[in-house]
Design a protein around this ligand. Structure first.
Ligand SMILES: [Zn+2]
Length: 298
């Protein structure tokens, strides 16, 4: 008989801006769930976006999370046995996964230009979502000729028509159809950066994460990641998923980093306590009017 794995959760912010109220909700729930399970919480710095990541945002996110009262026992600031906890230092892990996917022909090199894609692709239904790739390069069989990923885009050939389902611990049964809800997604970019999908799957498996708590904007990405986990032979390490409802302002727009007045930093400077910030973050969306805050403190 197998004993239950002990709970390992993660906080995975990107240092591309200041953490804001929207993050507070997700990270607080992640911390609560780890505590309820007497589990381990880790902090992972997801800094693969070289253009937008800044060291000062790494410092700020660590300080802001601590100020809120969130504690973790493994991370870039405190180490741990599954380190490094900084994605830019984990290239070898991603490369190994890329090689496996290339060898088993789950991925193919794509040389379509941005312009080709803009002309052919259907627009994504949601903000931030990857457009469905029209498939121009999907029958290429020359992946094995590449010793390194750099120079072309690499896409995962999704099994068209297959329903990818999972039970979300917060939002219930979810199902997405490959080829309809999402297409051949990027695994490695021509500028030599692994995609979010690949890096997260590789890291969560390597760091033995048992439950992923994140925003509901990533629900569809979970379907992509389940395909990657299967292709990499990591089925035994598929984590549980808990997607949190996104915080929206009174007009229904989801809070983003551009809402500077809603950064933890700004709210703190304007005199709010951690409890006050948490109260704001957990107000029901319908009654959340954040316009006051921006007016008062900007
Ligand atoms: Zn292409």
């Amino acid at each position: 008989m197998q004993s239950a794995k002990s709970y390992r959760g993660r906080l995975a912010p990107s240092p591309t801006g200041l953490l804001h109220l929207g993050h507070v909700r997700t990270f607080w729930i992640a911390a609560q769930r780890a505590a309820q399970h007497s589990g381990t919480l880790i902090l992972r710095n997801e800094d693969l976006d070289r253009q937008r990541s800044r060291p000062e945002f790494v410092e700020a996110m660590i300080e802001d999370l601590r100020w809120l009262g969130i504690r973790w026992s493994e991370g870039p600031d405190c180490g741990g046995e599954y380190g490094p906890y900084v994605q830019s230092a984990r290239r070898e892990h991603y490369l190994e996964a890329w090689r496996q996917l290339r060898d088993r022909e789950f991925i193919y090199p794509c040389t379509c230009s941005r312009k080709d894609l803009a002309q052919a692709a259907s627009a994504p239904n949601e903000l931030d979502d990857e457009p469905i790739y029209p498939g121009h390069c999907r029958n290429r069989q020359d992946g094995l000729k590449f010793a390194e990923p750099a120079g072309v885009n690499w896409r995962f050939r999704v099994p068209d028509g297959e329903e990818i389902g999972f039970t979300d611990l917060n939002l219930g049964e979810k199902s997405y159809m490959a080829g309809r809800d999402f297409g051949d997604f990027l695994v490695w970019r021509r500028d030599d950066v692994p995609s979010y999908q690949l890096a997260v799957v590789v890291d969560d498996a390597a760091m033995q994460i048992t439950e992923v708590v994140r925003g509901a904007d990533l629900l569809k990405s979970t379907a992509r990641q389940l395909l990657l986990l299967r292709a990499l032979g990591l089925e035994a390490q598929i984590p549980a998923y808990f997607h949190c409802e996104l915080l929206r302002d009174s007009s229904g727009t989801r809070l983003a980093k551009r809402h500077n007045a809603l950064s933890i930093r700004h709210l703190r400077k304007s005199g709010l306590t951690p409890e006050g910030v948490l109260e704001l973050a957990f107000r029901p969306s319908a009654s959340a009017d954040f316009s006051n805050i921006s007016e008062l403190h900007e």
